[in-house]
Ligand binder design. Sequence first.
Ligand code: ADP
Ligand code: MG
Length: 142
Amino acid sequence: MGAVRTFTTASESGTEALGHQLAAEIGVAGLVLLHGDLGAGKTAFVRGLARGLGADPDDVSSPTFTVMQEYRGGATVLRHVDLYRLVPGFDVEELALEEFARDGVVAVEWAERFDEVASGAWIVRIGIGDGDQRQVEVTSPA
Ligand code: ADP
Ligand code: MG
């Protein structure tokens, strides 16, 4: 496991800004596994990632009928996956997330549904605090 850092954000825009900031560290490829309850701010974080990677943050939403959305615009592609609505029995392995993560950045919401222990992934855990406070724990790849 890599270095663990904990950030506190006080607003949705603060969580977006953190995603933006981390995009620079993640670079052009990598797997970002997002954990946190509904409303924690996972999608907000991905919006910041999109901005940091040169894509349009306004394109980022939680896909209802698509498992994976792609945002282009910068030097790389950001693929956004939300495993929340996966039907039981859906094989997450078939998404080949780690392969996609070799030629672009893949951000996965509800990563707890992705059983495989992904080595070399960024892990972002967002905890809900008082009011608009969020604790964002970021583990960088080993
Ligand atoms: P998730 O994708 O984890 O379900 P969203 O990013 O879609 O969460 O939504 C987060 C919700 O929480 C938004 O309504 C946002 O306005 C609110 N919110 C309040 N404080 C924060 C914060 N510090 N960071 C992110 N979102 C926040
Ligand atoms: Mg979401």
